[in-house]
Write a protein that binds this ligand. Structure first.
Ligand SMILES: Cc1ncc(COP(=O)(O)O)c(C=O)c1O
Length: 357
């Protein structure tokens, strides 16, 4: 079986990390090239990332002084744990959830209180009441809710998130890493100032296509901003990342065009997968799609790798084999759909390789 992994593939298609499949605009690359030649690399970066925060403030409409920039959204999550979480503290998440939430809970020995997401026909759901019960009864130190939700692509209702914010006894982080795709934000529903203990996380890695630069940011209530700024190292975002992210923010039309294209490709992909007998792809508000396959995981994984296609298989307590597929370029999605169809046809001849869903 290992041989399959080693078989040469003519191309690799990465649909496993929710990256933007479109390369940085050439005009921006040229600007970056020019800007790099004038960077003074012997100096530390601006510890307050003033120019980048000003550009982020203009983009989001959120005050620059309460934006905290990190080495990716991941760093901001890490900082929150480092500042707040002591062994045994409770952290509320949905389950499944973004893998980093699980990792950080383990690393900081937190008790992760998980509210299960379930599959209901064509959609995902979870008990909003159960979340509110956990807030009342388990008093979590930290609430981590992402909307759109990774890995399902579902959007959490704003009314519900407002209730969570209202009843949360500790810090509440609403993770909007994919907000540009859902075109909604909890910030639109919050009247007045963001409460002290709340933060909204965003990233330049997804819609903006800068995953390699590692720039994430949190729009924070007063207390969270203070906690994050006290905890982070002063030069946490390097000089090139600050500069390139700031330049990128002036390419908003490019970003919106790519979001439109990705959303269009995503919806076609969902339709086409749903036409393959036994397969189910779920509507998504993000740049990835949850897919249920009627085949054994090992067989599917090997087949896709043989074709050079990487998707993320997810372990969930739901029936069937599940994966999260990042939306790539049209031709990449077509190759994936063909692989699904081919394998399904092959499996017709080997009924034991099918799983019932
Ligand atoms: C839900 C969610 N939050 C945060 C992140 C962090 O992104 P980054 O560290 O690239 O900014 C990701 C990345 O996959 C994510 O899926």
């Amino acid at each position: 079986m290992m041989q399959l992994y080693n078989m040469p593939s003519t191309r690799e298609i990465f649909l496993n990390k929710n990256e933007n499949p479109f390369d940085t605009p050439p005009a921006l690359k040229e600007e970056i090239r020019k800007s790099l030649s004038s960077l003074r690399l012997n100096h530390y970066p601006d510890p307050d990332a003033k120019a980048l925060k000003a550009a982020l403030s203009e983009y989001t409409g959120f005050p620059a002084e309460r934006i905290v920039v990190g080495n990716g959204g991941d760093e901001i999550l890490f900082l929150l744990f480092a500042a707040l979480i002591r062994e045994g503290d409770r952290v509320l998440t949905l389950s499944p959830c973004f893998s980093e939430y699980n990792h950080l809970c383990k690393l900081f020995r937190a008790e992760q209180v998980k509210v299960p997401v379930v599959v209901n026909g064509k959609r995902f759901s979870f008990s909003e009441e159960a979340v509110l019960d956990v807030l009342r009864e388990a008093s979590p130190r930290l609430v981590l809710l992402d909307s759109p939700h990774n890995p399902t692509g579902m959007l959490l209702r704003s009314d519900f998130l407002l209730k969570v914010i209202e009843h949360s006894p500790g810090i509440c982080l609403i993770d909007e890493a994919y907000a540009e795709f859902s075109r909604t934000s909890i910030l639109e529903s919050i009247k007045g100032d963001l409460p002290r203990e709340v933060a909204v996380l965003r990233t330049m890695s997804k819609a903006w296509g800068l995953a390699g630069m590692r720039v994430g940011y949190a729009m924070c209530g007063k207390h969270v901003a203070q906690v994050l700024n006290e905890t982070r190292s002063p030069f946490n975002v390097n000089v090139m990342s600050q500069d390139i992210a700031k330049l990128m923010l002036s390419y908003r039309e490019w970003m919106e065009g790519r979001v439109y294209a990705i959303s269009y490709i995503r919806d076609r992909f969902v339709e086409e997968v749903n036409r393959i007998p036994g397969w189910q792809a779920f509507e998504s508000t993000s740049n990835f799609v949850a897919v249920r396959a009627p085949l054994q995981r090992q067989q599917l994984e090997e087949f896709l790798l043989q074709q050079g296609i990487h998707v993320k298989f997810i372990s969930v307590p739901w029936e069937g084999t599940w994966m999260r597929v990042t939306v790539g370029k049209e031709n990449e999605m077509q190759l994936l759909i063909s692989a699904f169809s081919d394998l399904t046809q092959q499996a017709e001849g080997f009924p034991s390789s099918r799983v019932t869903v």
